[in-house]
Design a protein. Sequence first.
Length: 262
Amino acid sequence: MELGLKGKVAFITAASKGLGKAVALELAREGVQLAISSRNKEQIEETAELIRKETGTRVEAFVADVSNPNDVKQFVETMIQKFGKVDILLVNAGGPPSGEFMQFDDETWERAFQTNLMSIVRMVREVVPHMRKNGGGKILTIASSSVKVPIPGLVLSNTFRAGVTGLMKTLSIELAKDQILVNVVAPGRIATDRLKELDAANAEKLGIPVEEVTKKMEQTIPLGRYGGPQEFAKAVVFLASDANSYITGSTIMIDGGMVPSL
Ligand SMILES: NC(=O)c1ccc[n+]([C@@H]2O[C@H](COP(=O)([O-])OP(=O)(O)OC[C@H]3O[C@@H](n4cnc5c(N)ncnc54)[C@H](OP(=O)(O)O)[C@@H]3O)[C@@H](O)[C@H]2O)c1
């Protein structure tokens, strides 16, 4: 299948490790040039260098916190100056803290709102005029299986990810006339540092070893294991490519069959 990705430009936030990095690397392997960002300068530059070395593609690194409006603006402005266009936008961010409703004060709610919802609002607002000028594009964001089945002990994710799907569905309708396709990708359990943190938190709560938590979780997945970041990234690459010309407004589960809903 011809993906038509050579020469395209992708902007990816929260890309220094985990899922964002995996998508960046897979896109680079298909010849996409990258603007990647995260908060930690050393880590994002290290990732950029790794991708350059492995793929020979152009990668520009930028330090930005997606919850900070000014950082978002600067990231897009700087990268448009460097690349002249943007074909693909993947908005990613770190996950909100785990915990139940009565644990969180207004400040924590506000931080999760800024990080996991407003980041998408602001990135999309900055990028759409450039995509329109370019004749179209692909906008994606990473949510969670919590958009289909709320996850116990993750009230902040359960709340804001639902908002994200409402936002992205609306955008898919409003932006279709501009040939901008908008989709959500929802990981189930993909083996990254974030997943290690969640398993460790559960192990502590239940007073059992982390290996036991992982084993129990794997038993709830029809494919019987956690996914790899690269397996996740390959699905995202398809959605971001020219090969995807008719999927928009969808939430695609990448979960090994974990979510028991139609
Ligand atoms: N892995 C899974 O199975 C899974 C399942 C459901 C949902 N998710 C969601 O998918 C997203 C990515 O998860 P992951 O597993 O890849 O996590 P991860 O391995 O912990 O990586 C998180 C990345 O986000 C960056 N980041 C965190 N906060 C940021 C901020 N405010 N601004 C900019 N960059 C930020 C981090 O870099 P810096 O520290 O340098 O900023 C890092 O590159 C998260 O929202 C997570 O909740 C993951």
